[in-house]
Design a protein around this ligand. Structure first.
Ligand code: HEC
Ligand code: HEC
Ligand code: HEC
Ligand code: HEC
Ligand code: HEC
Length: 217
C-alpha cells in the first residue's frame, strides 16, 4: 500500500489523546472549582457512623458544648470527643442499644470512631477557635443552632467574605462572655450594637484584623 494518507496522520491518535486529556482536565478543574466548599458546603450533612443527636444531648439534656468539645477554649482546634466520653453515660443509659454498637466497639478496641468531618477551611487559611470563643464570639455565629440539630449540618458559608463581615464590625456580633456557649441568647430590646456591643469590644480589647496575613500565614 502506498501512502494515501499524509505522514502527520500517524500522530492522530496522539493528538486525539492529548486533546482528550486537556478537555478532561478543564472539565475536572471547572467542576472542582464549582463544587469546592464555597458552593456546596452550606447544607452539607454527611451520614455519620452513629446518629448522634446534638438536639438530644445539648438541647434537651442541656449539656454544655465544653463537656465534649473541651479543647475549644484552649486551642485553635475544637476536638471531637472520644468514645470514652460517651461511655461515661452509655455504660448505663441505652447500654444494649444497637445504635450505640460502633461506640462500644471503639471503646473496647481503643479505636477512634470514624466521624465524618463537616467543617474544614482550606489549608491556606489559618483559623483558631480559642481566640474567638474567649472574645465574646459564640459558636452559633459560625455553626448555627447546633443545639437544635438532630444531625449537624454546615449552616454558614465560612467564606472569606463571611469572616471579613464580622472582622470589619465586631461590635455588631459580640456578646457577653458568659453567653458564648448559650446558643439561644438574643440581645434584649435595650441592646444597641453601637453602645453595648462597642462597650464590650472596648472592655475585651477586641482588635480584629482585616490584613491578609492574619488569616493567610
Ligand atoms: C455529648 C457530646 C457532645 C456535646 C455536649 C456537644 N457535641 Fe458537638 N459533636 C459531638 C460529636 C460526637 C460530634 C461528631 C459527630 C457529628 O458531627 O454529629 C460533634 C460535632 C460537632 C460539630 C461538627 C464538627 C465537624 O465535623 O465539622 C459542631 C460544629 C459541634 N459539634 C458543635 C457543638 C456545639 C456548638 C455544642 C454545644 C451547643 C456541642 N457541639 C455539644 C459531641 C458533642
Ligand atoms: C451525660 C450523659 C451522656 C453522655 C456523655 C452521652 N450521652 Fe447519649 N444519651 C444520653 C441520654 C440521657 C440519652 C437519652 C436516652 C433515652 O432516649 O432514653 C442519650 C441518647 C443517645 C442516643 C439515642 C439518640 C436518640 O435519638 O434518642 C445516642 C445514639 C447517643 N445518646 C449517643 C451518644 C454518643 C455518640 C455520645 C458521645 C459522643 C453520647 N451519647 C454521650 C446521655 C448521654
Ligand atoms: C469564628 C467562627 C467559629 C466559631 C465562633 C466557632 N467555630 Fe467551630 N469551626 C470553625 C471553622 C472555620 C472550622 C473548620 C476548622 C478546620 O478547618 O479545621 C470549625 C470546626 C469545628 C469543629 C470540627 C473540628 C474537627 O476537626 O472535626 C468542631 C467540633 C467545632 N468547630 C466546634 C465549635 C464549638 C463547640 C464552638 C463554640 C464553643 C465553635 N466551634 C465556635 C469556625 C468557628
Ligand atoms: C462573629 C465574628 C467573627 C467571625 C465570623 C470571624 N471572626 Fe475571626 N475574630 C473575631 C474576633 C472578635 C477576634 C479576636 C480579635 C482579638 O484578638 O482581639 C478574631 C480573631 C481572629 C484571628 C486572630 C488574628 C490574630 O491577629 O491573631 C484570626 C486568624 C481569625 N479571627 C480568623 C477568622 C477566620 C478565618 C474566620 C472565618 C472562617 C473568622 N475569623 C470569622 C471575630 C470573628
Ligand atoms: C478574616 C480572615 C481572612 C482575611 C483577613 C483574609 N482572608 Fe482570604 N480567605 C479567607 C478564607 C476563610 C478563605 C477561604 C474561602 C473559602 O473556603 O471559600 C480565603 C480565601 C482567599 C483566596 C482564595 C480565593 C477565594 O476567594 O476563595 C484568596 C486569593 C484570598 N483569600 C486572598 C486574600 C487577600 C489578598 C487578603 C487581604 C486583602 C485576604 N485574603 C484576607 C479568610 C481571610
Amino acid at each position: 500500500m502506498s501512502n494515501v494518507f499524509p505522514k502527520w496522520t500517524n500522530r492522530l491518535p496522539l493528538i486525539a489523546l492529548v486533546g482528550g486529556l486537556v478537555t478532561g482536565a478543564c472539565v475536572i478543574a471547572g467542576a472542582t472549582y464549582y463544587f469546592t466548599p464555597k458552593y456546596s458546603r452550606v447544607g452539607y450533612q454527611p451520614v455519620q457512623p452513629v446518629s448522634f443527636s446534638h438536639e438530644v444531648h445539648a438541647g434537651q439534656l442541656g449539656m454544655d458544648c465544653r463537656y465534649c468539645h473541651n479543647g475549644v477554649e484552649k486551642s485553635w482546634f475544637s476536638n471531637i470527643p472520644a468514645a470514652e466520653t460517651c461511655m461515661r453515660c452509655h455504660t448505663s443509659v441505652l447500654k444494649d442499644d444497637p445504635r450505640l454498637q460502633p461506640i462500644r466497639d471503639a471503646f473496647e478496641n481503643k479505636k477512634p470512631v470514624k466521624w465524618v468531618q463537616i467543617h474544614k477551611t482550606p489549608d491556606y487559611v489559618y483559623f483558631n477557635h480559642a481566640v474567638h470563643v474567649n472574645r465574646g464570639v459564640s459558636c452559633v455565629k459560625c455553626h448555627g443552632r447546633v443545639d437544635q440539630m438532630d444531625e449537624v449540618k454546615h449552616a454558614k458559608s465560612l467564606s472569606m467574605a463571611f469572616c471579613l463581615d464580622c472582622h470589619r464590625n465586631p461590635h455588631e456580633q459580640v456578646r457577653p462572655q458568659g453567653e458564648v456557649f448559650n446558643l439561644g441568647w438574643e440581645p434584649g430590646e435595650e441592646w444597641v450594637a453601637e453602645r453595648e456591643g462597642a462597650a464590650l469590644v472596648n472592655k475585651m480589647k477586641v482588635r480584629t484584623s482585616e490584613s491578609c496575613s492574619a488569616c493567610h500565614r
